[in-house]
Design a protein around this ligand. Structure first.
Ligand code: MN
Length: 733
């Protein structure tokens, strides 16, 4: 709507339908439903009165646009009505009771679902609380999320009058939470658009650059697509498929998905042209046998790219997504690549609309749930059923971001059931995803029949078998983040719960012995613990021990806190580290005057820390880092030289020599394993001294270590090596 006066707002049903670009004939709502939609519009318009959006448009234009998106998606009349009313309770004097009275219970529930969230959206409020409320509302009625996504879509389209910080917050939240939710609920048509709008807001220059690159070759692409479509259509007709029964569509990928692909190692520093499958063709056919028949035709005509064929019909994804994907080579020199997606009309509906497909007006469900839809929100229900710790909303948000909205992997149980886990999940995470008691008793795992260690990272397609003990519980090591044994919040909270259920005395004794052992290992026996208590909100040292024993407080946190709290000049590892000196990545490149820019290392000269380097501002890919003697840099034209900027390696972290001793039953390869751990932790060895006696080797090492926390990680990892009895620090002085 581009109106700045109310006179151009629809004043009767036909004008409203014209705004929706639908006539009564093309709109599949009943006459009564159309009347109800008109009534909701009139009521919302009157309630919002002369409220304006920041753009100066009448407020009602916002709910109108939201409802239009939902009508285009084909959502049922109730959803459309609720969307027209979605801001009424929040922004006007109308109460929820009034909505219920006028529009009924279902509609008022949906409006409430969107409203509850809204009141938290003001700056400085609790976002986590708001998101949790949203999820509760979705469980109650999944249509709420579709309204919310359509609302977010229009807000992003009209984001520019907002102050920059609000824009950034909204765009980030969209990429972090709403788009992944749309993805997991299978609403791809909204996901792609939400991502592109948010990305355009956050990185306008990169967005424009990719768009420009795409536009440049638009005519060329269109001709190629046309040609491919004609070829495959002809083949399909030749094999007796009726062109009236299938659809072949050319499509171009979303800008944000191209950008994401450009950031992966394979394409880094190569530009848009290298992201080959930006062209895609989608073929929609009546039946599953047709899908495989078409796949055969494609592979007979063009040669498939190895490793790029995915059968999501044979293996249906938990989101409900089904299709065949294949990428093939075409063109005179077989250098160009196009991706085909083949699916049935039902699969297409599911893929485009996901959870929303279940309320498309054609299948009147009247708010009743079907099994397919239940399956789509099962993960949501599971997550909300988790025992929530005291601080709830925050930990809920962490759980959501870490476990649910991450990139997924799909693995199999020995029975062939698919388990859906975040990327990086281990056998222990898998065991807890099966059942708490399987997790608690997990002692080993086989992947595709082979024994693996418990820190093994699962991959999509793995068949995982958990070896369990008859009884017993988890190990406290599982909670140690430096061992990487557990990578989901869900498993972590179950493990903590197990320890919490143990008797207090037992936790106290365990916690005490763990902490004492750690302190003696680090040569810190004399450190007084009382100052730690307030930091962790404990009254007595015993409470602290119990906290450690049951896993509420990790040893790592206690150790890090100690190094922050105590200054001990005799022990340089205990000197406080000022935050400015802390650096996560010693290889980080700091760019003078351009903090936070997207940087990547060029592949032509592969700069390594210590090399003299320069930065080059690319068109659309941020800054690439080259060695200053890189031939590509030396060859730059004068006009290009202004794109060069000064960059420097981050300051290397300060380190101190520390002596440790390792005792182990001697075995072959022990020294090699030890140095592998140290190399992995990026620690230099200054001195080695090995004393074998009988079967036991005593290995004394002098290492360069930055702080006590790092030392603790190293000692823990060394102690988990086979045959190692203990590893501890030789006390300074
Ligand atoms: Mn709104």
């Amino acid at each position: 709507m581009h109106t700045d006066n109310t006179s151009s707002l629809p004043n009767n049903i036909d004008e409203l339908l014209k705004f929706y670009q639908k006539s009564r004939e093309t709109l599949s709502y009943s006459e009564d439903e159309i009347k109800a939609i008109w009534y909701a519009y009139s009521f919302a318009r009157e309630s919002h009165g002369d409220q304006k959006r920041l753009s100066g448009e009448p407020y009602i234009t916002h709910p109108m646009q939201v409802s239009k998106t939902l009508i285009d998606l084909g959502m049922d009349a109730e959803t459309v009505i609720a969307s027209l009313l979605h801001d009424v309770v929040e922004d006007t004097n109308i109460s929820l009771d009034e909505i219920q009275e006028k529009f009924g219970q279902l509609i008022s529930q949906m409006v409430d679902g969107v409203t509850t969230l809204k009141q938290y959206e003001s700056p400085g409020s609790n976002d986590a609380e708001s998101i949790k409320k949203l999820f509760l509302a979705i469980i109650n009625d999944a249509r709420v999320i579709v309204i919310k996504l359509a609302d977010r879509l229009h807000n992003l389209k009209t984001i520019f009058p907002l102050p920059r910080d609000r824009q950034i917050k909204t765009a980030r939240e969209t990429l972090e939470i709403y788009a992944p939710i749309a993805e997991r609920l299978g609403i791809w048509s909204l996901k792609g658009e939400l991502e592109d709008l948010a990305f355009k807001c956050l990185e306008p220059e990169i967005y424009q650059q990719i768009l420009y690159d795409l536009e440049k070759s638009r005519d060329e692409h269109r001709a190629i697509l046309q040609n491919l479509i004609e070829t495959i259509t002809k083949k399909m007709v030749q094999s007796n498929m009726d062109p009236k029964n299938f659809v072949v569509l050319g499509r171009r990928k979303y800008i944000y998905s191209i950008y994401r692909k450009m950031l992966t190692p394979k394409y880094q520093g190569k530009g848009v042209d290298s992201v080959y499958d930006k062209l895609g063709i989608r073929i929609i056919v009546p039946s599953i046998p047709d899908c495989y028949a078409v796949l055969g035709l494609i592979h007979a005509e063009w040669s498939p790219l190895p490793g790029e064929f995915d059968d999501y019909i044979g293996m249906k994804l938990p989101s409900g997504y089904q299709s065949l994907h294949t990428s093939v080579k075409y063109g005179p020199d077989k250098n160009d690549i196009v991706e085909f997606q083949i699916r049935t009309f039902d699969m297409h509906n599911e893929a485009e609309f996901g959870v929303a497909a279940h309320w498309i007006y054609k299948e009147k469900t009247h708010g009743k749930r079907d099994i397919a839809m239940e399956n789509k929100i099962k993960w949501l229900r599971l997550m909300l059923d988790e025992p929530q710790s005291e601080d709830d909303a925050e930990s809920f948000l962490t759980l959501l971001k870490q476990d649910v909205l991450q990139e997924r992997i799909y693995v199999f149980t020995p029975q062939g059931d698919i388990i859906d886990l975040p990327a990086g999940a281990t056998p222990i995470d898998f065991a807890y995803a099966i059942h708490t008691s399987v997790g608690d008793r997990c002692r080993g795992a086989k992947i595709n029949g082979k024994l693996v260690s418990l820190d093994h990272k699962l991959q999509t397609g793995d068949q995982v078998q958990i070896l369990t003990a008859k009884q017993g519980g988890p190990s406290r090591d599982w909670l140690n983040p430096s061992l990487g044994l557990v990578n989901t919040q869900r498993a972590r909270s179950k493990i903590r719960n197990w320890f919490k259920k143990q008797a207090r005395e037992q936790n106290l004794a365990q916690g005490k012995s763990i902490l004492e052992k750690e302190l003696s290992r680090l040569g810190m026996e004399e450190v007084p613990l009382d100052r730690l208590l307030t930091r962790f909100d404990y009254k007595t040292t015993d409470d602290l021990y119990v906290g450690i024993g049951c896993g509420d407080v990790s040893l790592q946190r206690v150790v890090n806190m100690l190094s922050e709290l105590y200054t001990n000049n005799e022990d340089p590892l205990l000197m406080p580290i000022s935050p400015a000196e802390r650096q996560d990545d010693t290889n980080a490149v700091s760019i003078l005057g351009l903090k936070g820019m997207l940087t990547s290392f060029s592949s032509c000269c592969s700069p390594a820390p210590g090399d003299e380097i320069v930065g080059y501002i690319t068109r659309g890919r941020g800054v690439t880092i080259h060695r200053s003697d890189c031939p590509n840099i030396l060859r730059l034209q004068e006009s290009e030289r202004e794109r060069m900027i000064k960059v420097a390696w981050g300051e290397p972290q300060k380190t101190y020599p520390v002596s440790i001793v390792i005792r182990a039953y001697d075995r072959q390869g022990l020294i090699g394993d030890i140095s592998a751990v140290l190399r992995d932790e990026n620690v230099n060895i200054l001195d080695v001294n090995i004393k074998p006696s009988h079967n036991i080797a005593t290995i004394q090492l002098t290492l360069e270590v930055s702080d006590i926390g790092k030392l603790s990680v190293i000692l823990t990892r060394l102690e988990t090596l086979p045959n190692v009895i203990e590893a501890h620090r030789i006390k300074p002085g």
